[in-house]
Design a protein around this ligand. Sequence first.
Ligand code: MOS
Length: 735
Amino acid sequence: MSIIGQGIDRTDGFLKVTGGALYSAEHPIDKLSHAVMVLSTIPSGTISSIDTAAASAMPGVLAVLTPQNAPRLPKQEKPPPGAPAGAKLSLLQDNVVHYNGQPIAVVVAESLEQARDAARHLAVRYAATPAVLDFRKAKQNLRKPPSQPEKPTDSSRGNLAGGMSRAAQRMDAVYTTPVENHNPMEPHATIAVWEGDQLTLHDSTQYVGGARKAAAKTFGIAPDKVRVHCPFVGGGFGSKGTPWSHVMLAAMASKVVARPVKLVVERQQMFGPVGARPMTEQHLRLGAARDGKLTAVQHDSISHTAFLDDFLEPCALVSRSLYNAESARTTHRYASMHLGVPTYMRAPGEASGSFALESALDELAYKLKMDPVQLRLQNYAETDPEKNLPYSSKSLRECYRVAAERFGWARRTAEPRSMREGKTLVGWGMATATYPTNRQKSKASAALHADGSVVVRSGTHDLGTGTYTVMTQIAADALGVPVTKVRFELGDTAMPEAPVSGGSMTVASVGPAVHAAATALREKLAAMAAADQRSPLKGSAAADLVAENGWLSVRGAPERREAMAALVARNGGKPVEADSESAPGDEKKQYSMHAFGAVFVEVHVDPELGTIRVPRVVGAYGVGKLINKKTGHSQLLGGVVWGLGMGLMEKTEIDGRTGRALNANLADYHVPVNADIGEIDVSVVEENDPHVNPLGAKGIGEIGIVGVAAALANAVYHATGKRIRDLPITVDKLV
Ligand code: MOS
């Protein structure tokens, strides 16, 4: 039986539970000094002065960097429109304050305690200017974001006005989502080490190659002078996809003090200078015929952005193609505020956008007196209506069927407040999930060593997702060796180059490269054996050799065999190696590629207190080939858990006067804990997709969160008769 698909344990599990896995701040480095960032306390204006005398004189203090004395960096060209968030950093090059929480100084000391203490003794004087902190005010100056390749900012197909006027039922409502902040267990952290003109960054990142490029550009040095190392990431969720200011500030500080510098972003500092999901306001207008067929879909999305730099949450993309509507129009607009630059957060666009679209569809279903699943089936897109392309594969129908059946949807009574358990109101709601399937060029290498062990490398990342494990499986399968013989290494720019671990594309991008490298190694070994006079396999055709369990043997004559390791021994003990590169072709021109799913949620609402419990969630997903059932299911489960947090808890409360996050800690910024989570039943439907990539694996990192908040809001409506269009759904909105 193939090892692909099996739910083997994490190959890095032992290291993790024993503390042997070293995260970015944990690398033992000689002569390490400690830096802390000082953040602005006003949202807008300029720094008049920073008095550093007291701090500089404190014990252990090595340097205090401010805009007044920080080394001047090469002037950066303006980033191209649509450059990733974080292209513009706050590196103490000027005295302008764009938001509350912007890095304005760095204190370096012998110990963390000394650095923190000294940081409190900086005397900062500001000249404040009026700040835009009110979304309503920000909306008075909307801007149109630049179009991205293949993703125009606005879209229009069919006759929307005609579709609306012919509609038998219409839905028109505005949905809002708040600012949410990433809170991985491991905060951002960087250790910077200069050896001459060579910079090493031990950085918690989703993209070692991106951090390298950014550091090279920031300091005006060649990329090969920068090494970025990151063997473990304790969660990223998008916030570690691009390097933020602290990475470069650590490197700058290290240069100044001529010592290695560690800079860990404090939990409170996670709310401001390192990205957030922007707040959104989404206007949904739907028109449908009496039979439920959508005649018009209009989705106009406004998301907040910063004054320092722009980031777009592409909420309305989901409305372009999820349903086969006769006409569709979507727009995206920016509203600039004096807040930190927003960024990617798990399923950027789809997570917020599906809350609006899938809530609106539920509202329409009630108006039509139609079952919500039936309404979706009535508008099922057999081909991508926006791109006019067939899907590479689509099992959404099956996802609805499987999830509905496992949930027991048929037992639902449609009327709101019609289902109860004792006094408790019971609500059942559902939503569709979708996320595009992405892939980028990737490289890998594989080497067989004399002891029979195999080392496979690619400069990719494991965000806690299972990359180590699935790549080990892919390599073992392609090479024909036991998984226990394979060691997969990642997280280093010294390794073959891999793309950002974002957009749910690590397996789809790196997996084929690993597969190709292991296959090339197997073929190399077979050719060596066939050509080797001392091999029992001599003279056989390399193509006739099969690799299994670390042995090569002749097809049909298994007694003629040789251990792969023996070939290395005869190679003088020198490891036998192979490299590969794997890149997408033009398949995206021929097919629309998405993962799909259906998610069903049950809520129990206390009719007097308005408290909501979620005893169970059922999700079914079509994600192509699942490489590891265990880590894959965990990814989907994690996505669902986050979806519940998004639906019920998460909101960064921003003080309208100061622009400061009021709940910048894990006590006040609520995320689900075990006690909040009931049963989550996740299943993956069988799906063979020959088009997405050679492994047939679609991404699973993001789709799990998509649709959950809507399914929850729909369940809350079903339970209570109250439609909440503003996330999170908290008690105050229900009573
Ligand atoms: Mo993901 S939000 O693309 O890391």
